[in-house]
Design a protein around this ligand. Structure first.
Ligand code: KG4
Ligand code: ZN
Length: 351
């Protein structure tokens, strides 16, 4: 089975050719075009994102086929992100995928973007396969998921307000750093003194027990406010910036690490898989591995190319679902929000 996969849910236009099986995928090509224009506005402008996808989707797809040394004649199915994301941006990929499928008589499959992130790491680390504990941290989502098997997901924890990437981006803005700010905060924090600012660890305290509503959930809006107050109180922001970045990152990382390792321990998992743009953060991966050592667990993080939005992960998830006989038809639509297939809430569906 060879799949042409497309991703256009936010500000990356991406296409990939992938073949093989979900257990043993072969990435033949991956093209990612990042929309730089949003930097001017300090955030993704949905209308502009849609227009940029429209311009890019055909050449990006052609390039992915060319890089793989393939044509549409070699493709068995088209996969496309159909949710969640910016609906206008998603529509570009979905419409193009449906048109290609109709013209070529090929099956089309809509893939959930967050399920794609779950599959990304396995493309680089063949051992990053179920069962594992997943931490998905992107600009829009923060999820701790127990992955018993591909397609079998239990949601243990999530953010009650800001996503981890959103917290990085908003804090970066407060510190006058460019958008998207995650990697700038990480670089600045490396020069920061960890003892200068100690920010609250949101929803983290020793009295929590498994079964408590806040045992795995996180919340980052208070942390962002704490940084804002510290920025306002600073009499020399240029001097304090690295220390503020360090204090923020330490609080966020400790929270994510503690909650994720709790999940691995309770579920008895020996593998922790990171995904989403914030998984680019080396400090997070290193802290996660240090904490996971206690359980004898291994942490797998994708390289930035596969951590951030890309079509390879959509193709990898599609290989799994297509092999199960799943298909969509011309009624496939784009959805800003949609539950992830196979995901149940752990509080209502205990193991
Ligand atoms: O998964 P992604 O590419 O797009 C979404 O689906 O949201 O994630 C983008 C997010 C941004 O918030 C960005 O600031 C963050 O990933 N990010 C990082 C780092 N690199 C990217 N956050 C922390 N540290 C990094 N090194
Ligand atoms: Zn994403």
């Amino acid at each position: 089975m060879r799949v042409l996969a497309l991703e256009s849910s936010c500000d990356e236009t991406s296409a990939a050719v992938i073949s093989g099986t979900a257990q043993s995928p072969r990435l033949e090509s991956l093209v990612i075009l990042s929309q730089d224009v949003h930097r001017i506005f300090g955030g993704v402008v949905p209308e502009i994102a849609s227009r940029e996808h429209l311009t890019a989707v055909v050449p990006v797809t052609r390039q992915a086929l060319a890089d793989a040394g393939r044509t549409l004649d070699d493709v068995d199915a088209i996969a496309v992100t159909h949710a969640p994301g910016l609906v206008g941006a998603l529509l570009v990929g979905v419409s193009y995928a449906k048109a290609l499928a109709a013209a070529r008589g090929l099956p089309v499959l809509g893939v959930h973007h967050m399920e794609g992130h779950l599959f990304a790491t396995a493309l680089e680390h063949p051992e990053a396969t179920p069962p594992f504990t997943a931490l998905l941290v992107s600009g829009g989502h923060t999820l701790i998921i127990d992955v018993a098997d591909w397609g079998s997901y239990r949601l243990l924890g999530r953010t009650r307000d800001d996503a981890a990437g959103e917290a990085f981006d908003k804090t970066a803005k407060l510190l006058g750093l460019p958008y998207p700010g995650g990697r700038h905060i990480e670089a600045l924090a490396a020069e920061g003194d960890p003892s200068r600012f100690r920010f609250p660890r949101p929803m983290l305290h020793g009295g929590q027990r498994p079964g408590d509503g806040d045992y795995y959930d996180v919340s980052f809006s208070g942390l962002k406010t704490a940084v804002l107050l510290a920025v306002r109180a600073s009499d020399d922001l240029a001097r304090d910036r690295p220390h503020l970045a360090r204090g923020f990152q330490d609080a966020l990382v400790e929270t994510l690490v503690t909650k994720t390792v709790r999940a691995a321990e309770v579920e008895g998992r020996r593998r922790i898989v990171l995904g989403g743009g914030v998984a680019c953060n080396r400090t997070l991966a290193a802290a996660m591995q240090a904490a996971a050592d206690r359980l004898g667990a291994r942490v797998f993080a994708p390289t930035p190319r596969l951590a951030t939005d890309n079509a390879a992960m959509i193709g990898a998830a599609a290989l799994f679902r297509l092999a199960r006989g799943e298909r969509h038809d011309a009624t496939l639509n784009a959805h800003a929000t949609l539950p992830m297939p196979g995901l149940v809430d752990a509080t209502t569906s205990p193991r």
